[in-house]
Design a protein around this ligand. Structure first.
Ligand code: SF4
Ligand code: SF4
Length: 376
């Protein structure tokens, strides 16, 4: 491939580069794929914003720039543009407002249809589009069907269910196909399953986790990341879990999330529209991962949901999600060989301080990644 001094490179607007402490990521929001790149390559992409391809290639030794450019083009992450056409190539404006669809969670412990009906009516009045029902105790299929029939009389967009495998094991083929074919239901998480399973072309996701308050959500894993363009853009501006979310816990208390302590009143007594407008209720809306200790250094920060219910330090609103199993300073997940805790890497993140021992991280990474390259 040869270039002229008129050739420039641009990532496609749907491909978003994110720099982390130790490596960077390109999120391909069209293909919903993640591409890992070095931070020097992230810098190269920035340099390509203002320099022609030829200029960049000529200043990089060992054809590094050329090889990387080929990698980007081969993976369909960007394109070569003539200088005269640069003005026509508009990147996605991260200041545009992509409206978040509004979400809600209803926790159900002891099945109480009249309380559920009241909650659903009030959510509909507040123009909430999506509901997730989390059944903490066993319910029967007929109770579930009664709830579905009720929701169908409103204009919600999507519904998700979380329940235990006990209900699934009691369902007939007809029951399962009723749920599979219902347009409103988008996902069904079956907890307490014997093994983890995702079925192709099915709404059912089987999880081996025990169904309890703590296990229901907030876990961090590549399989839970969301690389939709809407999520990535909104995550840069708003909290990726709690913005536009309202919840009703198993006691009927209205909260940001059912697992949080603070209540804004009981669903029997309050208007959800009033709660949504309270300044205190909105306090999490604009906390992004760029504000959260440790996450602000993580390359996954715009694809990862930000749990505020379970954090390292509950008294610090900017504390890292405590269920996170990733160390962005060494790019290792807890179950991977060579993993070290933040503390072992010299990263202090507690109620008094957030500090990083830069030299220690350099030496750990050197040891870790040089060893891995040698063993590869
Ligand atoms: S704040 Fe955490 S526990 Fe609450 S809904 Fe979000 S991820 Fe789940
Ligand atoms: S460090 Fe933060 S952004 Fe990164 S994976 Fe963990 S919770 Fe998500």
């Amino acid at each position: 491939m040869s270039f002229t001094k008129e050739d420039y490179f641009r990532l496609f607007p749907s491909c978003i580069a994110v720099k982390g402490y130790s490596r960077s990521l390109i999120i391909d929001t069209d293909e919903r794929k993640l591409f890992y790149i070095g931070n020097s390559h992230y810098n190269l992409i920035q340099e390509l914003e203002t320099n022609s391809v030829l200029e960049i290639i000529s200043i990089k030794s060992n054809d590094e720039g050329f090889i990387f450019l080929n990698y980007l083009l081969r993976n369909n992450l960007g394109q070569i543009i003539k200088k005269e056409n640069l003005d026509n190539f508009l990147p996605i404006d991260s200041n545009i407002n992509i409206p978040f669809t509004s979400n809600s969670i209803i926790d159900v412990d002891n099945y109480n249809f009249s309380l559920l009906k009241l909650s659903i009516e009030k959510l509909s009045l507040a123009k909430i589009s999506n509901i997730q029902f989390r059944f903490l105790n066993d319910i029967s299929f007929s109770q579930l069907k009664k709830i579905i029939q009720l929701i169908e009389s409103f204009s919600f967009y999507t519904v998700e269910f979380l329940f235990s495998s006990t209900l699934y094991s009691m369902m007939s083929k007809e029951n399962i196909s009723y749920l599979e074919n219902n347009q409103l239901i988008t996902k069904i998480f079956v907890f307490n399953s014997n093994y983890e399973r995702i079925q192709r072309n099915s709404k059912f996701l089987f999880l081996s986790k025990v169904l309890n308050d703590y296990n229901l959500c907030g876990h961090t894993s590549v399989k839970y990341f969301s690389s939709f363009l809407e999520t990535v853009i909104n995550s840069k501006k708003y909290n990726s879990c709690l913005n536009c979310k309202i919840s009703i816990d198993k006691e009927g208390q209205v909260k940001n999330c059912p697992s949080m302590k603070e209540s804004y009143g009981n669903i029997k007594d309050v208007s959800l529209i009033d709660v949504l407008n309270m300044t205190s209720f909105q306090k999490f809306n604009k906390i992004t991962k760029d504000n959260i200790n440790v996450c602000l250094d993580c390359e996954y920060r715009y694809v990862c949901s930000d749990c505020r219910a379970y954090t390292d330090n509950p008294t610090d609103i900017y504390s890292r999600p405590s269920k996170c199993n990733y160390n962005p300073y060494i790019c290792k997940w807890k179950n991977e060989e060579g993993y070290k805790t933040l503390e072992e890497c010299g990263v202090i993140s507690n109620k008094d301080a957030f500090s990083i021992d830069f030299d220690k991280i350099v030496s750990i990474n050197k040891l870790l990644w040089e060893e891995e390259t040698e063993n590869a």
